[in-house]
Design a protein around this ligand. Structure first.
Ligand SMILES: [Zn+2]
Length: 338
């Protein structure tokens, strides 16, 4: 039995914890109905109790090497604390890492959720053969991470890879970050719903209006369903989504020239609605991609064909493979790789 570590995903809707062996086998996964918003002390208590249960259970089968925790926010890596965030009142200026370390009596690492998802995909997912990769996570916003030679590139302040707040429309929609026209205002679940509501208000989207009034949970998924059924207004929204994502990717490919760009997060399931426009935009705008794009036939064969093609020095842009488990694997990878 190999050594194992614990990966924790502190998501918006629940708290997930997994015991994963250092060779990448999932031993056990626990989902607790605990949200970060339920308060710091409660969440830390429930998390540590669950981790204790797992380490008791696997005691004697292998050595517990520590825990990695993916957190939805910006981390002060040196102090193991969260930086101030409107979404996480009570979590900043508190020694989260040290407190959990004290309770577990083991090494604990905090990292941003986008970074741990990228580490998971690098370890066992789409990026496993790529030396250098970036990951774009499409969810309520856009998360980003850059992994160079297997390690997250943090930048000076730990904030590298904020792809969601790259300006794509100079005079665009205001963003919570203080800027206007950020990528995540056009290419995220929140953005899809906003664009749909605007289309409804303009009176140009009767099917969307009907769906919005009958569907209590009018979401990016309902709008995607209309798009694949052929509704022109819903399709225009995903065209805009793809256009903006293509612009963002063109910039990233030109600047970074990485082997692979992995696109994950819940909204990646709308791939067939936004990807054609994303790729056409990318081809048009990126000199580096024009020189390194795989041929169209390869792109159409999907993720695995593209990964197989990777050794021929092509820029691979592909969907993530691990889904919502990427963050669990990536978080567990941090203590395992120290
Ligand atoms: Zn922004």
């Amino acid at each position: 039995m190999p050594d194992y570590s614990i990966g924790v995903d502190m998501g918006g809707t629940n708290l997930r914890i997994a015991a994963i062996s250092t060779d990448g086998q999932l031993l056990e996964k626990i989902t607790l109905g605990v949200k970060v918003a339920m308060g710091r002390d409660y969440v830390i208590g429930e998390m540590c109790d669950a981790i204790h249960r797992l380490t008791e259970q696997y005691r004697g089968t292998g050595r517990f090497v520590g825990a990695g925790i993916g957190v939805p926010g910006i981390i002060d890596m040196e102090r193991g604390m969260m930086r101030k965030s409107a979404n996480l009142p009570g979590w900043s200026d508190y020694p989260v890492r040290d407190e959990i370390e004290r309770r577990l009596g083991a090494k604990v690492f905090l990292d941003n959720d986008a970074n741990v998802a990228a580490l998971g995909e690098k370890w066992l997912g789409a990026g496993r053969d790529a030396d250098n990769m970036a990951m774009i996570t499409l969810g309520t916003g856009i998360g980003g991470a850059i992994v160079l030679n297997g390690k997250v590139f943090y930048g000076m302040s730990g904030m590298a890879g904020e792809f969601g707040h790259v300006t794509v429309v100079p005079d665009g929609v205001p963003c919570g970050c203080g800027n206007r026209g950020c990528a995540e205002r056009y290419a995220s679940a929140t953005a899809v719903v906003r664009m749909a509501r605007e289309a409804i208000e303009s009176g140009q989207a009767p099917e969307l209006a009907k769906a919005a009034s009958s569907d209590a949970e009018f979401s990016a998924k309902s709008i995607y369903n209309l798009a694949i059924q052929g509704d022109a207004a819903a399709q225009r929204i995903f065209e805009r989504f793809g256009e903006v994502l293509g612009i963002l990717l063109a910039d990233l490919v030109n600047i970074l020239d990485l082997d692979m760009f992995v696109i994950g997060g819940g909204v990646v399931s709308a791939w067939d609605a936004f990807a054609p426009r994303m790729f056409s935009e990318l081809r048009e705008r990126s000199l580096v991609y024009a020189a390194s794009a795989p041929d169209d036939a390869m792109i159409k064969k999907g993720a695995s064909a593209q990964i197989a093609n990777y050794t021929k020095k092509k820029t691979i842009i592909t969907q993530a493979l691990l889904g919502s488990d990427a963050g669990l694997y990536g978080a567990a990878r941090i203590p395992a790789s120290q």
